[in-house]
Design a protein around this ligand. Structure first.
Ligand SMILES: CC(C)(COP(=O)(O)OP(=O)(O)OC[C@H]1O[C@@H](n2cnc3c(N)ncnc32)[C@H](O)[C@@H]1OP(=O)(O)O)[C@@H](O)C(=O)NCCC(=O)NCCS
Length: 193
């Protein structure tokens, strides 16, 4: 039976430190739907539930990774990961990677990706990070529009970035400076060389 939606859906983004079996199942379903539709993950072909569950359980265990999940009316429909550099990379300790960001096709167009990226940036800035880096296949036009609308600067294009369905695809690289809200501005710390 189909459900008639009345009014605006309820949207939420949170940092996941543990996942209930129900949330993990929804997360795996959302991930697979995004992979099948064409991206958001390194995987280009559909994965079984067990492989995806192993991936997300592993993410929760890695100290340098933070998993963010997006909910629409309570159901997990997307996620993103914030990856900090390893401890020995002191020179780049101020920068992190925003990766594996997607919203399932059935939950797009509500503003949830914007909320997801805003939350990742907020958390990154709150933990002292000053730069977010990300990269995206040139074919992922919605993601490119999203990141450019959110102020990410494209600084380069890799011509042989990915292989998808036997084809080589270029990829764009972006960065964004974050302002932590206190202390010296990022421009004065990083902008001036
Ligand atoms: C990119 C993606 C995350 C957008 O999710 P979404 O929840 O539908 O996006 P939002 O509703 O929050 O849209 C926010 C902004 O993104 C841009 N945008 C999103 N979808 C767009 C589309 N289809 N065409 C053009 N711009 C788009 C717009 O600027 C939009 O702002 P607006 O609605 O005020 O115009 C989703 O399409 C997706 O998961 N794509 C595949 C995965 C992917 O490419 N991930 C990036 C790799 S890291």
């Amino acid at each position: 039976m189909s459900t008639l939606r009345v009014g605006k859906p309820e949207m939420a983004v949170e940092v996941a430190t543990a996942l209930t079996p129900h949330d993990l199942a929804d997360l795996c379903e959302a991930t697979n739907a995004a992979i099948i539709e064409g991206g958001g993950f390194g995987w280009v072909s559909s994965q079984d539930r067990a492989a995806l569950a192993r991936h997300f359980r592993g993410v929760l265990l890695v100290p340098d990774r933070t998993l963010f999940i997006a909910r629409l009316d309570g159901t997990v429909v997307g996620s993103a990961q914030l990856v900090r550099p390893p401890r020995n990379n002191e020179a780049q300790a101020f920068a992190a990677q925003l990766t594996h960001a997607y919203i399932a096709p059935y939950a797009r167009g509500f503003g949830l990706a914007r909320m997801l990226v805003d939350r990742v940036e907020e958390q990154a800035a709150a933990t002292g990070l000053r730069v977010l880096n990300l990269d995206v296949r040139e074919t992922q036009e919605s993601a490119i529009a999203l990141f450019e609308a959110l102020g990410y600067t494209r600084w380069g294009t890799h011509p042989a970035y990915a292989r998808v369905d036997g084809r080589t695809v270029a990829g764009h690289f972006y960065h964004k400076l974050l302002e932590p809200g206190r202390g010296r501005s990022t421009d004065s710390l990083i902008g001036a060389r």
